[in-house]
Structures are given as C-alpha cells and as structure tokens.
Design a protein around this ligand. Sequence first.
Ligand SMILES: Nc1ncnc2c1ncn2[C@@H]1O[C@H](COP(=O)(O)OP(=O)(O)OP(=O)(O)O)[C@@H](O)[C@H]1O
Length: 254
Amino acid sequence: MGKIIAIANQKGGVGKTTTSINLAASIAAIGRRVLIVDIDPQGNTTSGMGINKADVQSCIYDVLINDVEGEQATISTAVEGLDLIPATIQLAGAEIELSQAISRELRLKKALVSMKPKYDYIFIDCPPSLGIITLNALTAAESVLIPIQCEFYALEGLSQLLNTVRLVQKHLNKSLEIEGVLLTMFDRRTNLSVQVMEEVKKYFQERVYQTVIPRNIRLSEAPSHGEPIIVYDPRSRGAKCYQNLAEEVVMDNE
Ligand SMILES: Nc1ncnc2c1ncn2[C@@H]1O[C@H](COP(=O)(O)OP(=O)(O)OP(=O)(O)O)[C@@H](O)[C@H]1O
C-alpha cells in the first residue's frame, strides 16, 4: 500500500518542487513504484519532469473539481517506475471553486484511495500557501515532509505550518505525522547555514534528516532540461544527496 507523503511549507522557494521530483525519482531508481501528485498551480513539478503542459489531457484540477478518476489523469514519466498526476494553471481557480464544494477538504483523499495499492510511495507537491488545496494534501497524507531553506528567516512561518498540521490532526486527519524535516540549499561556507541547521535541529531534534541538501547549481539547472538530477547529472553532489535522502526515507518506512 502506497504511503502518501505531502511535501509542504507555505514559504515560497524553499525546495518543495526540487525535493518532490528528485526524492521521488531517486526512490523509483531503487525499485519502488512512485507517484507524484502536482497540486501547485505553477505546475513546476510537471514541467520539471519534462511534461509539456499544453499536451496534458486531464490534470489534478479535473480530479479535484470534475470527478475525473486519478488513474485517468496519471501519466508515466521517462523515469521507470515513476508516474505523475500533472498540474496546469487551470488549478489556480480551484481554490475558489472548492471553497463552495461539499466535502471540500476530502477531494484528494477520495481520489487517491484507489491509487494507493498501485504504488509504494505517493508524494504530493504542495503550493506555497495554507489554503484549501494544501488542506486537501494534509488530509489525504499519512505524513508531511517539511523542506526548510538554510537562510535568514528560515523558521519564520513554521509555527503557522505546525499549527495547521495540529488543526488538520484535530478535525480532518488524526493520524497525520511529521515524516521529517529536510534542510535545503545548505552552504557550508556561510555561518548562517550552520546557524539555521543548529536552530532547526534544536527545534525538531531527531525528526531532521541526516541528509542535508547543499546549494548545487546542477539541481537548479535540471528542471529546464525536464529531467530529475539522477538523469541530468548522476555524478553531481545534488544527485548523491537526493539518493542518500531516498535511502533514509525508505529505511524509515520499510
Ligand atoms: N539545492 C538547491 N541548490 C540550488 N538551487 C536550488 C536547490 N533547491 C532548489 N533550488 C532552486 O531554487 C528555486 C526554488 O526551488 P523550488 O521550486 O524547488 O522551491 P518551492 O518551494 O517548490 O517553490 P514554490 O514555493 O514557488 O513552489 C528553484 O529555482 C530551484 O531550482
């Protein structure tokens, strides 16, 4: 049965999409069946996997709003064992449309029920907000993986995210857990990165992954080639680190 993990932080640009693509691809590369669900209207995970949004027939919007089956919106990617439910800009309207819908927080959960047996891991790439779309992800998920960028104000807004997690646990999904906290864009030459790491470890303790993702130019180039880092540059530090993270996540769960 696939474990559903939401990758969430309402702060923008902290590495949610980079982690969704590269963690999912690295887990698929060690022989697990993996699905990524892109629920960010920017659709960066979709384009970062080499999918041309203009060619997408059905996307996550159709699943959430038009009752299209998850299977029907699923496409296979160039990485063996890795499938994707894409997002297009159409999703930008869903926040308002869902606000009037019945069981509006449960749409994604319902859609993923029939998908779970087909996968070992299902990752949901969340948008940078705590609106109804992210609530759908936190309600569908068994756990939430939180990427934190090693920068000034890194911890700002985290209490809001943790508060939302607590509210979801109380009202919508009592078994939601913190899967882990991932430090991203770490630059060992700066004191700031080291300070942020210490702060985050003090706060989240053993829930912080041992693997830390460095700032790595190859990771930022890969999406424009539509490839995960293990395909674009398998020898890069970024690739090695996401492979290590994949092993850590699999070890925690199997
Ligand atoms: N480890 C890294 N090294 C270098 N660049 C990175 C790294 N991680 C992410 N980036 C770059 O930083 C930018 C933001 O990353 P990303 O899109 O993954 O963040 P996000 O949290 O998904 O953003 P949003 O909140 O807009 O959805 C992108 O240009 C990405 O290529």
